[in-house]
Design a protein around this ligand. Sequence first.
Ligand SMILES: *Cc1c(COP(=O)(O)O)cnc(C)c1O
Length: 497
Amino acid sequence: MNNKLYGNLIFELSKPGRRAYSLPRTGFRHYDVPADERRATDAALPECDEMTVARHYTNHSGNNFGVLNGFYPLGSCTMKYNPPINEEIAAMPAFTQLHPMQPDTTVQGAMEAEWELRHDLAAITGMADFTLNPCAGAHGELTGLMIIRAYHEDRDDTARRKVIVPDSAHGTNPASAAVCGLEVVEVKSTADGRVDVEDLKPLLGPDVAAMMMTNPNTLGLFEHDIPKIAQLVHGCGALLYYDGANLNPLLGICRPGDMGFDVMHVNLHKTFSTPHGGGGPGSGPVGVRKGLEKYLPYPRVEREGNAFIMNRGHDAASSSPTAHEIHVGAFTGNFAILLRALAYIRTLGKEYIKQVGPLATLNANYVKESLKDDFVLPIAGPCKHEFVFNGLKDNPTDVTTLDVAKRLLDYGYHAPTIYFPLLFHEAMMIEPTENESLETLDEFIGVMRKIAKEAKENPDAVKSAPHNTPITRVDDVFAARHPVLTYAQSVANPQKD
Ligand SMILES: *Cc1c(COP(=O)(O)O)cnc(C)c1O
């Protein structure tokens, strides 16, 4: 923020008595708050004039970086273009003015939209049916594992407490298993970055509930042993869970259901577009193969003839829940994101959705091959929608992946995902997505090569980057260890600059 007058915190701009907006004098009834419910002192709220408020927030919003500002190659997160038509549809008053407790007969259109999305997702993934209720990928993982647990318990197969997770997995996989009360067992990767089938075999047995997999995995590599793995996992009586965060490159090409997966989630905000970042918003519908539909959570939209009804589970009958009845949220999910996903799927249609995967794959391979002389490519060969470098190749000045990521900000790019997956010390995970033009990719490749050159010739410029952003490097370790989560008036105006 270069304009101090409108920068920092709104509290620091406060002047006693300033007002941005006054309520009309008429039209409100006076109500005396009982004395014992009143605050002893006034709340320390900021008092600012309207221009100050408007400029303060407008200037802050300019510090954001989104896919509409520039190239955003954040691997695993699939930061793809979000077509405005999705926003227009999600913002239609016919949808935004609904209340989730309205009678079913007055929300038939909204229920039909959910029904249609569920069936589109089932067709795209090869699953029998979906629940739209989970509100993030991680929430979907938890829901999926609850379904798997219910399936085993329903068969009195209660000794199954282990969940096998590859060492390349996203951190949410073991976290979800732990939250579900299950025990995490790690399976190793081979030197070519895929699940080691020989390491997997001895882990399988009557105590295994499920194996979780991401395919293509977090290195962007297709797990070509999947038929064998599915056979082994099913052979021991366990179920196979698909982490759908990397569904993007498979769109229209192949389906998790056909690979042998039993339960899966889709990150709608990744594969099916929705502006996300900074923790939200998300949506993680969960699909199941035929035979597992009865474990899907409530509430559920059901169809009776031409009408849709909301089955709320035991709440509806106000009886006790049936065995293994799952509830993961009050209503049927993050509705505005569901609408965006449906709009995205329907605007592309059957024909064009098939081009998403191949284009994402082509773009990732183009960037990877163009940069592999400057950056270490730990696993050679074709990737899917993303790939991982392990730091700079020829690196006498010890410039790190963090330095490269920070320097990219100076050139107007969002950084790729760094230090994930944990398999490589200097991991840098790049996902261009299908939307980018050849010119954009070439420009990014040029900048990455330039940074590689700077690392040798002028390493300080890279190590002290970024230079053009509102703040330079933050001490993120200190911030994590000593988080300051409240704002104390007494330490206001710590103006450092
Ligand atoms: C993003 C991601 C998740 C978690 O999804 P959220 O929607 O962020 O909860 C899980 N696995 C992988 C591989 C991911 O990239």
